[in-house]
Design a protein around this ligand. Sequence first.
Ligand SMILES: [Zn+2]
Length: 253
Amino acid sequence: MPAETSKSKVRRRIIRRSSKELLPQRGEPPSRDLEALLQLKNQHVQKLGSVKHAVNVHFSQPPSTARAVWRSAPVQQLRCPIDESPKRATESAPAHSGFSSPLRLMQHAPPGYDCPFCGIAATLPLPAPESAVVLVDANVYALVPTHHYAGIQGNCLVIPRGHYENVLDMPDDLGREVFRATRRLAHAMLAAFGCEGISTRQHNGPAGNQDVWHYHLHVFPRYANDGLYGGQKVRYATEERIALAARLRAALP
Ligand SMILES: [Zn+2]
């Protein structure tokens, strides 16, 4: 049996078992207790390894109250308990830091994290079509992600091919390559979509809204009064991502 298949089987088994233990039983009223819900969510994070999975599993059959509480919970209360583990934070500077003083790093990926961006990087330079890859450089790639925001389509992620969790452990040289890819995407967006502006954003740590533990930079085409920052996150259809990626690839300088 291929390694991938058995890995995903194990993952599914963990999710099933975890859901059985943590989700409200059938017929049980949804909890209105914020603390209890946050505790459940943190247990999910510990068991499943990522906020994204925790949310997917916990709210796959969401009681509406729980969903509302989740959305309104302050970010700092959603901190993962793994954050508190002294083993997960180091005080030593990475060899490439270029700084003279010791640095504190921030790590939230659990042991054995099944990194989705490393998974795609491993397929390069011939990515699967559904991964909607736009460009592949020596150490960086970019793709149209699974979601768009505020109805603005054609957004991209710039991602290092090697695994770096966040901006704190990224080497400067790699940052230069990320910047170059960002500029190429910005030119492609302008040419392909005729957008009126470009914005970038990049999240680090759970309090910074990071939910994939591999550095990535968002690049957005912008239009006057497009409402990006207040807009809803909506999943693309796979065909939409592929079509947008093709338009951007054709317009890359
Ligand atoms: Zn990774």
